[in-house]
Design a protein around this ligand. Structure first.
Ligand SMILES: C[S@@+](CC[C@H](N)C(=O)[O-])C[C@H]1O[C@@H](n2cnc3c(N)ncnc32)[C@H](O)[C@@H]1O
Length: 193
């Protein structure tokens, strides 16, 4: 049984979050989403928090899903986004009901990463894209981030681009590494069952 990991931290941080965070990398997200082989009309932003990443995209109808009510209040109240409370490991959406899922700077906070990938695969229609933006623990800045999050007792588990791509493959996606660096992007296209 997994708890909700670092959600309490984000509840407390919600009023400050957008003041301390830089804007999300919309170009990298769009490049990842471009791998979908179906039109992207409906997108879930899982672990989407205050909607910072959703705000960097135009086009699809976006629903932010997060386990922190404080962060969701910001997504709704400040950004006017559609926002739903939920755990990434048990998404409150029907099978094959969306065209894309993104998880931005949140995957390492998820206590059950395998369940989150399984759920993304379940809710995505074939040809839909899962796009994950993460931090590389082997990059020099990544090593510093791992140390900092350990120091404040976060439960973060970081994956390298290669290991994340392998995890997507195991979960039913055709993966590709879209870009590399301290922050990197991996996209997976949902295979037919
Ligand atoms: C660093 S924030 C990233 C928020 C947003 N994606 C962004 O790019 O600004 C991480 C988010 O993951 C959420 N989170 C952590 N564990 C979660 C879980 N099990 N299910 C859903 N959301 C979760 C936190 O509440 C938090 O809002």
């Amino acid at each position: 049984m997994h708890g909700l990991g670092d959600v309490g931290f984000f509840d407390r941080m919600a009023p400050l979050y957008d003041r301390v965070m830089p804007p999300a990398n919309g170009e990298a997200l769009a490049a990842g989403l471009a791998h979908a082989t179906r039109p992207i009309d409906r997108l879930l932003d899982v672990g989407g928090g205050s909607g910072r990443a959703a705000a960097a995209l135009t086009g699809p109808e976006i629903t932010v899903v997060d386990a922190s009510l404080g962060m969701l209040d910001r997504a709704r109240g400040v950004r006017g986004l559609s926002a739903v409370a939920g755990d990434a490991g048990r998404l409150p959406f029907r099978d094959a009901s969306v065209d894309a899922v993104m998880i931005v700077d949140a995957f390492h906070h998820l206590p059950d990463q395998e369940a989150a990938l399984r759920e993304a695969a379940r809710v995505l229609a074939p040809g839909g894209a899962l796009v994950i933006r993460e931090f590389d623990p082997d990059h020099p800045l990544g090593r510093a981030l791992v140390a900092a999050e350990n120091a404040i007792r976060m439960t973060s588990q970081f994956k390298t681009p290669r290991n994340l791509a392998a995890a997507l493959d195991d979960a039913g996606f055709d993966p590709r590494i879209v870009d590399r660096g301290f922050g990197y992007t991996v996209a997976g296209v949902r295979r037919e069952d």
